[in-house]
Design a protein around this ligand. Structure first.
Ligand code: UDP
Length: 240
């Protein structure tokens, strides 16, 4: 029912770290509520929103692999389960303010959530529901950034909006260099050749191969999520 906004269907990637906010706990309900409110404001405009959630606030496979005899695949399955916890929390928050939301998992947990079915996900979006994709790609050795790029391509979303705790991509580490500059735009090539820590290589090359632009922005600034979804300029735009 709309056309005056830049994007019709977006893939919002929310990292686990972002969900943690500044809380001691793994999840800050203030953050999930802020996400829910902002997503509600744009779904009312008719923009379709799919979300991929990370799990790094609870468990990151790569940092546990090796310890106590944990092989990488097992560690990664625990990491993927962590994303399901975040997804259910976010779904419950969204539904508490009246946004119809479905969780789809990359591996079956049918008592808890729907399995990922591409056509069904698209149908939910067309009906104005928010779809949260959980359990990453369902495969160890991948990340939820790659899941975001993959789901974006699969459901024909037009952009990956990567919500982080930083304002975007800088030309140097802003924590060490106070003169580091925020970059408005970047090419995929600049990201990969300069090894800028935007996304892992698998994720960024998947975006590049499918011409999916990526916007990296700070979700802690009020209205940034809704601005990003409405296609207003926030953070850093990676493309071309
Ligand atoms: N993971 C995985 N395959 C995937 C996505 C995620 O094995 O397709 C695991 C991996 O162990 C990862 C964890 O899930 O460390 C949490 O995801 P991620 O680190 O991407 O979350 P974020 O950094 O966004 O919080």
């Amino acid at each position: 029912p709309q056309s005056s906004y830049k994007w019709r269907r977006v893939l919002l990637k929310v990292s686990g770290e972002a969900l943690a906010g500044d809380q001691e706990q793994n999840i800050d309900p203030k953050v999930t509520m802020a996400i829910a409110r902002e997503v509600a404001s744009v779904t009312r405009l008719g923009i379709e929103v799919a979300i991929v959630v990370g799990g790094g606030n609870i468990f990151r496979g790569s940092s546990w692999a090796g310890s106590s005899g944990l092989d990488r695949s097992s560690a990664d399955y625990i990491g993927m389960l962590a994303t399901v916890m975040n997804a259910i929390f976010l779904q419950a928050t969204m539904e508490s303010i009246g946004i119809p939301t479905r969780v789809q998992t990359a591996f079956r947990m049918s008592e808890v959530a729907e399995p990922y079915i591409r056509r069904r996900a698209v149908r939910h979006l067309e009906k104005g529901r928010v779809v949260i994709f959980a359990a990453g790609t369902g495969n160890p050795f991948f990340t939820t950034d790659t899941a975001a790029a993959l789901r974006c391509a699969e459901i024909n979303a037009e952009v990956v909006l990567k919500a982080t705790n930083v304002d975007g991509v800088f030309d140097d580490d802003p924590r060490r260099n106070p003169n580091a500059r925020l970059l408005d735009t970047l090419t995929y090539h600049e990201v990969t050749s300069k090894e800028l820590s935007v996304m892992d290589m698998t994720a960024i090359t998947l975006c590049q191969e499918n011409n999916i632009p990526v916007v990296v922005f700070n979700l802690n600034k009020p209205d940034n999520i809704s601005k990003a979804i409405r296609g207003e300029s926030v953070g850093t735009l990676i493309g071309g």
